[in-house]
Ligand binder design. Structure first.
Ligand code: NAP
Length: 307
């Protein structure tokens, strides 16, 4: 039998944006539940180190996320680790539907973040968890004393390469351009590591191995030559994509699937707010996710009070 529960505000996503929204909405006197099918922390929960959050020189991503999770709970926010299947408009507000429970609410804050982009290679899916990984901080320790490849040229890829270079014999950093997208501090840091081998203007062509990763063939974009790297792990760090499909009939998404909203975190539907990386925005950083959480949390609390 389906159970109904009532909350003033339902937050979808327990990453930095969602947890920050809960802190602000609870402090504004609303009862809040946060729903997340994967656990708490979002992207930052699996980040090795955070060193660019104002006021905190250095903290592990897990400790940062846990601090925020405990803060939201201590203020009275409820958290359930259930996947949201649908959000439906009702006369009174919205139904947020999970497998067992339908949450009836006046306002919804969507803070679903982003999902890791896949490399798009033939046996990537079957070798995921068998050498292919999307999280160096989660899986890096399994590759102690081995060779690995990291694909990508953004902050995540360079951070991952640096992290893995502390465990692994060699880290091949495979990037499709000659210049990195990552911040200069990371570019300078990898240049100082003897065991990070930079393969620029190269793309991954084939993951070798049937039951586990045994190598990665890369193609040079300069002369089309192929080279197979003897690696046991392939860490994909080629960016993220939104996964907002379940909301597409309810609110406006842009052509890439991001929820259309400005700095006020208002979506095209009254009563639905959005916070963090899943919305259209210029800068996707921890601090901007937290800031969105504050704006959406306060905005939703005001909306509920006025209703
Ligand atoms: P990103 O900045 O979007 O970088 C993705 C990288 O993957 C780019 O170098 C891109 O190449 C490459 N790429 C994309 N599609 C590819 C494909 N199909 N094949 C091969 N390469 C591909 O993603 P991110 O590094 O995950 O970072 C996401 C956001 O989080 C950014 O805003 C970043 O600043 C932020 N972040 C911040 C920190 C920090 O501040 N410490 C840490 C991690 C992430 P091109 O460069 O050629 O496009």
């Amino acid at each position: 039998m389906k159970i109904n529960e009532d909350y003033k505000i339902v937050i979808i996503g327990a990453g930095t944006a969602g947890l920050s929204a809960a802190v602000y909405a609870q402090r504004a006197g609303q009862d809040v539940i946060i729903l997340d099918g994967k656990g708490y922390g979002g992207q930052i929960g699996s980040t090795d180190k955070v060193e660019n959050y104002p006021g905190i020189a250095s903290v592990s991503g897990f400790d940062f996320a846990t601090g925020l999770y405990e803060q939201a709970k201590s203020l009275g926010a409820k958290i359930k680790f259930s996947e949201v299947k649908a959000v439906e408009k009702t006369e009174a507000g919205f139904d947020v539907v999970t497998e067992r429970v339908t949450y009836k609410t006046s306002a919804v804050i969507i803070a679903t973040g982003l999902e890791k982009r896949k490399l798009g290679l033939a046996n990537e899916e079957i070798l995921t968890g068998k050498g292919v990984s999307y999280c160096a901080a989660c899986d890096g320790a399994f590759y102690k004393g081995k060779n690995v490849a990291v694909v990508g040229g953004g902050n995540t890829a360079l951070e991952d390469a640096l992290y893995l270079s502390t465990y692994c014999t060699n880290v091949y950093l495979v990037h499709r351009r000659d210049e990195y997208r990552a911040e200069q501090t990371y570019v300078d840091e990898i240049a100082g590591k003897d065991n990070i081998i930079q393969l620029k203007s190269c793309v991954p062509a084939e993951i070798i191995g049937a039951d586990k990763v045994e190598g990665l063939t890369v193609k040079s974009l300069k002369d089309d030559s192929l080279k197979t790297l003897e690696v046991s792990g392939v860490f994909a760090a080629v960016g993220q994509v939104p996964s907002n499909d379940i909301f597409k009939d309810l609110i406006e998404l842009d052509s890439s699937g991001y929820i259309v909203a400005g700095e006020d975190c208002l979506t095209s539907t009254e009563g639905i707010f959005v916070a963090g990386d899943c919305r259209t925005k210029e800068i996707r950083q921890l601090v901007t996710a937290a800031a969105d959480g504050a704006v959406a949390g306060i905005g939703a609390a005001k909306y509920v009070r006025a209703k």
